[in-house]
Design a protein around this ligand. Structure first.
Ligand code: SF4
Length: 394
């Protein structure tokens, strides 16, 4: 990936909030670039199946100490089915499914068209599920673990049968059909139980930054955040080399626009962190830059009203001086490409270097409650600092 970004593009690699990597600034040799990525094993099993591989797991799937089951084999089964069967290729590339095995490290705030979340009842493992929402919402129902694949396929089939071409997401379908109707039809295909009042508990927001013990004693994973989700080829190669030298030669990516090195021995952890930081990645949750996300901004997107990435760097430096690290999202326009969830604080660009500031508020849609308009970055830093003893990052 690093070679391809260097050879066929400008060398900018971005970690996305779908836990993918994007190569930006691609020149005229797109076919050669795609060929090189496919040769590295990064493609789909069927060309037409690429867009439908939109299934997100915990970055710590299979190694998390709190997980109830290893989601990876069920995920592989689901992916194989949606790639192999042509009828699923009609799904929108944005149609997203989340499979949560109960891990402590899990993104629970991004809405998905279908989510599944593991829980235990009377010694039996089951999967709660919901439509057009997040695993912390009240579930619509549950199935036995062994029915997980069947449920996903039944939901996808029902969606494709009922949705008109312009209805690309589950929320579009639910605006027209009641959830009860959908569940009744699903129950004809899979054995569903309407849920008792089980709810997925929320988790800590910093488990993707730094070192955490794995299920297997003696091993940790190390989470590292590239500044504002942007990597250069040297950083990616360096991280890959560390995974080779100290891990299991694999890197995982996270929906927090960061990466994770799994299966590092306890005794190597400090050295891995030192080298990641030498490469320019951060492993300390107290550093403001690790808690900041920004869309491409005016240097990479014609719609942006400000240089969000540059302004985020400036804001992080100011907050660092104040010793305060709130979670902040900077967006160049209301489309919010960098965040699928509402951040505790959002800066929406209104002009170069100027932003409206919103604070998350469950009662308000979108970015939350508008707190102040047309602030400079210095004014934002002063304001966030003044609020530093409020529960902004709760
Ligand atoms: S949020 Fe708006 S300005 Fe930022 S990358 Fe997306 S479209 Fe462009």
């Amino acid at each position: 990936m690093a070679d391809a970004a260097e050879r066929y593009a400008g060398g900018v690699i971005e970690a996305t909030n779908r836990a993918n990597l994007q190569i930006r600034g691609v020149g005229s040799q797109q076919a050669a670039l795609i060929h090189s990525l496919l040769a590295a094993g990064l493609g789909p099993s069927h060309a037409a199946g690429d867009d439908v591989r939109n299934l997100m797991l915990s970055p710590a799937a299979g190694i998390d100490r709190q997980m109830l089951f290893d989601t990876r084999s069920l995920a592989e089964q689901i992916l194989a089915t949606v790639q192999r069967h042509e009828r699923f290729h009609d799904l929108s590339a944005k149609f997203a499914v989340q499979l949560d095995g109960g891990e402590a490290l899990a993104m629970l705030e991004h809405p998905h068209d279908l989510w599944l979340s593991a829980f235990e009842r009377d010694g039996e493992q089951r999967l709660a599920f919901g439509l057009a929402g997040c695993p912390t919402d009240a579930p619509a129902g549950s199935v036995a673990l062994g029915e997980g694949h069947g449920l996903v396929i039944a939901v996808l089939e029902l969606f494709l049968e009922w949705a008109r071409p312009e209805q690309t997401r589950m929320r579009h379908l639910l605006a027209e059909h009641s959830i009860e109707n959908l569940l009744t039809r699903l129950a004809q295909r899979v054995s569903i139980e309407v849920m008792p009042d089980w709810r997925r508990s929320p988790n800590s927001s910093v488990l993707h930054i730094g070192a955490y013990p794995q299920l297997e004693p003696g091993f940790v994973y190390v989470g590292a955040v590239p500044p504002l989700g942007r990597l250069d080829p040297a950083m990616l190669r360096g991280a890959a080399q560390l995974a080779d030298d100290f891990g299991d030669a694999s890197l995982r990516f996270t929906p927090w626009q960061s990466l994770l090195l799994p299966n590092v021995r306890n005794e190597d952890c400090a050295e891995v962190i030192r080298r990641l930081e030498q490469l320019g990645l951060s492993c300390q949750a107290g550093q403001p830059l690790t808690r900041m996300i920004a869309c491409s901004g005016s240097t990479g997107c014609g719609k942006s009203l400000a240089d969000t990435k540059g302004d985020a760097l400036q804001l992080a430096a100011l907050l660092q001086r104040h010793g305060h690290a709130p979670s902040v999202h900077l967006s160049g326009c209301p489309r919010s490409c960098a965040a699928a969830h509402t951040a505790p604080a959002t800066l929406l660009a209104v002009a170069p270097g100027h932003y409206d500031l919103y604070f998350r508020d469950a009662a308000q849609p979108g970015f939350g409650a508008l707190h102040a308009r047309n602030l400079t970055i210095e004014a934002v830093a002063a304001l966030l600092d003044a609020r530093s003893r409020s529960p902004l990052d709760a």
